[in-house]
Design a protein around this ligand. Structure first.
Ligand code: SAM
Length: 331
């Protein structure tokens, strides 16, 4: 059975937040330093998460799972968990990925690869040591660049490097990113800055993917790559260089009409959209505690998906919606 909504979108991709906490305090993601406020959380255990994955893969034909957060790698024994997920991959034939700031991957990328994680997205918003420090509050630019090299050496092909571009913060570095990575097996992904409650998003701090792309094309030529129909990225191959460049236009050209993604928060809340307020959504912790069978849970999910909206609201409205931030939904 497939998870299909009112707009005939089939969902086959689950993004799982492993924790809300992060070892970085990025100014655009966690301006209020929420880490200090979380306290002890009732996270889905790894056993519970394995059951979640079995339900989505086994009952609902999901083909992709991505682990994110917060920072997914701060969770204790997470590599063992990835290995356990890897065993399920061979039964159900899905793919896995993680989105990470990379800080805890130093010397461990080989282990990650061996555990069966297929794709690796590393966030890096500046190549400049001081700028990186001012964005993340950590002096780790060189460390992350070394981890990207380690990822290439360990066969992540390509290594996806995510850079959120914010006017007045790092828009002056767009060409530096391309210059730096152009000769490597890297997919540089420029992400439009998205508004979340209290992240100080403003129209005049926003730079659209078209503006970013124009800047890149002032120096380099790009050839369009055919992407998967559900891809959130507009993908390009750099002419005469191995690197790829992608643009993620969540705001200026949303990709809601082809959305195939649903989410689960670290405490087990099922979320229909990164921006949804959680009104009709269910909680896996509760369903497990009430001893729901897999069949009951599939019924709940089939009911919940009917409430997915056609598209998310406009940016100004999103920035008013205090319910959301990337850390607690899982970016
Ligand atoms: N800690 C991990 C990391 O740094 O990749 C995973 C979680 S983080 C929330 C996932 C991604 O969301 C990162 O690439 C981050 O840059 C991006 N992100 C966070 N806030 C954002 C925003 N307001 N607009 C666009 N992207 C954002």
């Amino acid at each position: 059975m497939k998870l299909i909504d009112r707009f005939n979108r089939t969902h086959n991709y689950l993004r799982i937040s492993l924790t809300d906490k992060c070892n970085y305090n990025c100014i655009y993601c966690n301006p209020n330093k929420l880490n200090d406020k979380f306290g002890k959380m009732n996270l889905l255990s790894f056993e519970e998460l394995l059951r979640v994955i079995e339900i989505f893969a086994g009952e609902l034909e999901f083909k992709k799972f991505r682990f994110t957060g917060g920072e997914p790698l701060i969770r204790r024994d997470v590599f063992k968990f990835f290995g356990d997920v890897g065993k399920l991959k061979s039964i159900y034939g899905f793919k896995t990925g993680i989105t990470t700031n990379g800080s805890l991957l130093k010397g461990r990328v080989g282990e990650l690869k061996n555990s069966g994680v297929d794709s690796l997205n590393i966030s890096l918003d500046s190549l400049n040591k001081n700028k990186f420090l001012s964005i993340t509050q950590k002096d780790e630019a060189d460390r992350i660049l070394n981890v990207i090299d380690e990822a290439i050496e360990n066969g992540y092909s390509p290594v996806k490097v995510n850079a959120v571009i914010i006017k007045g913060i790092n828009d002056g570095e767009i060409l530096n990113f391309v210059d730096y990575f152009k000769d490597l097996d890297v997919n540089i992904r420029f992400i439009e800055f998205m508004p979340f409650g209290s992240n100080t998003w403003q129209r005049n701090g926003f730079i659209s993917y078209k503006e970013i792309k124009n800047l890149v094309e002032e120096k380099y030529s790009l050839s369009v790559l055919s992407s998967d129909k559900n891809s959130v990225a507009k993908d390009y191959q750099m002419d005469n260089f191995p690197a790829k460049v992608s643009f993620i236009s969540s705001i200026s050209e949303n990709f809601c009409s082809t959305c195939n993604r649903v989410r689960i928060s670290s405490t087990g809340k099922f979320r229909l959209c990164l921006f949804s307020e959680g009104k009709h959504e269910i909680n896996f912790k509760e369903l497990f505690q009430k001893k729901y069978s897999n069949e009951d849970i599939v019924n709940e999910l089939s009911e919940a998906i009917k409430h997915k909206w056609e598209k998310h609201p406009e940016p100004e409205e999103l920035s008013e919606m205090m319910a959301n931030n990337m850390m607690t939904i899982g970016g």
